[in-house]
Design a protein around this ligand. Sequence first.
Ligand code: C5P
Length: 198
Amino acid sequence: MIFTVAIDGPAAAGKGTISRAVAEAFGFAHLDTGALYRAVGVKGGDPVEAARSLTPEDLSRDDLRSLEAGQAASRVAVIPEVRAALLDFQRRFARRDGGAVLDGRDIGTVICPEAEVKLFVTASADVRARRRWLELGGEAAPRALADVLAEVQERDARDMGRTDAPLRAAADAQVIDTSALTSAEAIAQAVALVAKAL
Ligand code: C5P
């Protein structure tokens, strides 16, 4: 069965949590496409070369979730040749047999416009920054909440402002605003929308 769930949205909106849960609920494969850009961003050297030669080891580095890796990812993600180098892998993953969930910024708009379900997962910048800050350790985090908020906003602006595959909801995407939802509630909404389309 070919069935793609495209989940897009800004940083720390809950895409990862929702994507993993949807994949598990339906037995679909899951690809966190942000990890591809993060791996390119932290690899160093020429980003286009890095994107063309990504290895499984690059994708399993344990520094990929850091704020620095997120910033590095959004800087290389503006380069059209970097995006082009990562396109085929993502498209093939999306249409693999057995169902796939991909989360990112351009899955419903560029990678898989034919996706059977498109979700745009969002939340206010304040809520997203607080979540990322708590993930980094809260009071024990290496950054103050205000700094995390500034980084989230900087990354949003770069992701929405780029010319190639900017972050935006596809016209036919269903929006889930997780600002006032628990993760269980957000997951339940997403699972219900996918179940309806199956
Ligand atoms: O989702 P995550 O925070 O891991 O993504 C890191 C960065 O990678 C994003 O800020 C964005 O610049 C880039 N990205 C992208 N397209 C995707 C996924 C991520 O441009 N499909």
